[in-house]
Design a protein around this ligand. Structure first.
Ligand code: ATP
Ligand code: MG
Length: 616
């Protein structure tokens, strides 16, 4: 049993009682309440809601309706039909809420309370006890009930859910999306990831790093799910990275435009009503891909935070959770004409030192499993190339990474080069072209959606087009963000049927929602595909790719070759056309910074240093 399976939850709850006309007759607002699941001597199950300030209420968990559609946002309503009352749960840490509902659901499955006569009731046995934590037997029994044994046959994908669309799928069987989310929620954290989560929950300012594929973004999603949603703001330096963790871009959250201009001007911008309210509400600010945040911008934000929140503490007292790998892509200086000089790393900013960040390093690589490849990547990350590494990578040029018509994606140093390859390959395919237009909630924001979602407003496809999936549809079925495939036909409804390594799948419209300045949520519905003969290394940061090809001749940044190479899952699924040791280098300032934080981590004995490297 994990501690998260405990039958308690702490969050705000509004309880309302209604009359026969469903008008509210009484309500109690518990700003911070403790919810517990109890059982009495008759084995009847109850929900208890208590707080220091209001009277405790117990509701029998029988004849209830649970509205859990928004549990991923920390909200849920339980209707107690017999008492004509409801409890509205809000701002609960989503992972705790999901676990609480899971415990409640599973315990209710086994609710075997017999009918009890009044006499027996009067005789007692009414002592309530907190319900025992879930046993694995209970969990397995409930799983058997929920998912029929034949729900996921091992044969091809097309057979699994032949004609069903997600909207029609309202049976008890979890939808593919829900199954996908559940899979991630259920994947346990490693002890080193757990340690970071605990440090975040304890309220410290945290910076955690680790090489590519050590589960930084995965852990961030777990961290986000463990904090109260109303005061937790998840951001990332780029739109695509923000989308991966379901958050804002850092610029959008801060509300200070591109960050250029005087501090006075930036404070004015951030003091606009909605933006200021957001800054004040924020208790924890999460930033993914921190390596791409310009240190000068970070300094400005820290100042703005203090001013807007009227709080002199670093970052105005906001808890910071920063995550990224400085040995991957550095900050981009967009404004070379701004007179502000070259972009700097975030760790070089004054704010970094002021915020007293506790550093952690994840050392276990999850993306790759071959220890030899992991070791090659660890060396490349720090710019170290041995003759053995060079010859191993050069040998990949002969790899046949294409499989059953699915070609490897070419990673290019420049976006333009990738665009050219894709458009000319598509042009040269025979057959008619099909266009899929995005349905944007508000078309005036199409440009913003272009920048902040991974999907384009027009997707052009032909039979034979090489494509990449841009959304996690079902982890179990291999339909994950980054999965590669080829369009084999269009269905009767005109949807692309794509052959992936794991089987054929008819790709349906999916929705992306992005939060923007001003608090509104923009959405785009589009086919989750993009042409994948080629794409840029910058766009690949954060992804895991099935099969990949690259030419590194034109790399222009430290860490760029490492980002490209570390997208592959294995040496066998990688083809480097022109490997040369001069394509690989690490920024010496970053190496020094890593030495420094490792020393400080050793000093506080928080985390063991990276595993000893094996010789390749
Ligand atoms: N504890 C874990 N158990 C199993 N799989 C994990 C675990 N942590 C991460 N993973 C898997 O490892 C892969 C890489 O994770 P993730 O993308 O979060 O790495 P990252 O450190 O953010 O990489 P990058 O630096 O490239 O962005 C993902 O498929 C993720 O699901
Ligand atoms: Mg990541």
């Amino acid at each position: 049993m994990s501690s998260s399976d405990s039958p308690t939850l702490t969050c705000p709850v509004l309880v309302e009682w209604m009359n026969a006309q469903q008008m509210t007759t009484r309500k109690v607002n518990y700003k911070s309440s403790l919810l517990r699941i109890l059982r009495n001597g008759f084995r009847e199950i109850f929900l208890e809601i208590s707080s220091e300030k209001s009277a405790t209420h117990k509701f029998r968990l029988k004849n209830i309706a649970v509205h859990s559609k928004f549990m991923n946002e920390g909200k849920c309503t339980i209707n107690f039909k017999d008492e004509n009352a409801r409890a509205m749960i809000s701002n609960a840490p989503p992972s705790q809420l999901i676990n609480f509902l899971k415990v409640m659901y599973i315990k209710l499955q086994g609710d075997t309370a017999p009918k009890i006569s009044l006499k027996e009731r009067l005789e007692g046995k009414s002592v309530m006890e907190e319900i025992s934590p879930l046993t694995s037997k209970e969990v397995n029994k409930a799983k058997d009930k929920l998912v029929p044994k034949d729900a996921t046959p091992k044969s091809g994908l097309a057979k699994k859910r032949p004609e069903r669309t997600r909207d029609q799928d309202n049976s008890n069987q979890p939808s593919s999306k829900r199954r996908c989310l559940t899979t991630e929620i259920e994947t346990p954290l490693t002890p080193e990831q757990q340690r970071v989560l605990q440090a975040v929950i304890s309220g410290r300012n945290i910076f955690f790093t680790g090489s590519a594929g050590t589960g930084k973004s995965f852990l961030l999603r777990k961290i986000i799910a463990s904090l109260p949603p109303d005061s937790t703001f998840a951001t990332a330096s780029t739109g695509v990275a923000a989308c991966h963790i379901g958050g804002y871009t850092l610029h959008s959250f801060a509300g200070v435009g591109s960050g250029q201009g005087s501090l006075k001007r930036l404070v004015e911008l951030a003091k606009r009503p909605y933006i200021a309210q957001q800054w004040r509400k924020c208790k924890t600010l999460i930033i993914d891909e921190i390596s791409m945040v310009d240190g000068r911008f970070f300094d400005k934000l820290e100042y703005v935070a203090r001013e807007v929140r009227c709080n002199d503490k670093p970052f105005g007292g906001i808890q910071l959770v920063l995550c990224g790998d400085f040995l991957q892509l550095p900050p981009v200086s967009k404004n070379d004409n701004s007179g502000e000089g070259q972009a700097s790393f975030c760790f070089q900013s004054e704010a970094w030192d002021r915020c007293n960040l506790h550093s952690y390093e994840l050392t276990i690589v999850h993306r790759q499993s071959d220890p030899v490849f992991i070791d090659i990547l660890q060396n490349i990350r720090i710019g170290r190339i041995t003759p053995e590494i060079e010859s191993r990578l050069q040998a990949t040029s002969l790899n046949k990474v294409d499989s059953a018509g699915i070609l490897a994606s070419r990673l290019c140093s420049l976006t333009k080069e990738a665009q050219l390859i894709n458009s000319s390959k598509l042009e040269h395919l025979p057959g008619p072209m099909k266009e899929f237009l995005a349905n944007d909630g508000d078309p005036t924001y199409s440009q913003t959606l272009d920048m902040q979602t991974p999907v384009e407003s027009i997707v052009k496809l032909k039979v034979g087009a090489q494509v990449m999936l841009l959304k996690n549809i079902s982890v179990n079925d291999g339909l994950v963000n980054g999965a590669r495939g080829v369009v084999v036909k269009f269905s009767a409804e005109g949807l692309p049927v794509v052959k992936f390594l794991s089987g054929e799948y008819t790709v349906k419209y999916e929705k992306w929602s992005v939060k923007v300045m001003g608090g509104s949520i923009l959405s785009r519905k589009q086919i989750p595909l993009k042409l994948a003969w080629a794409f840029s290394i910058h766009k690949s940061q954060g992804l895991t790719l099935d099969c990949v090809e690259m030419s590194l001749g034109k790399v222009f940044e430290a860490g760029q070759a490492y980002v490209a190479l570390s997208r592959a899952k294995s040496l066998a699924s990688l083809r480097v056309l022109d490997f040369d040791s001069k394509h690989v280098w690490a920024n010496p300032e970053v190496l020094k910074f890593y030495q420094r934080i490792r020393r400080s981590m050793m000093a506080v004995e928080m985390i063991p240093l990276g595993k000893k490297k094996k010789k390749v």
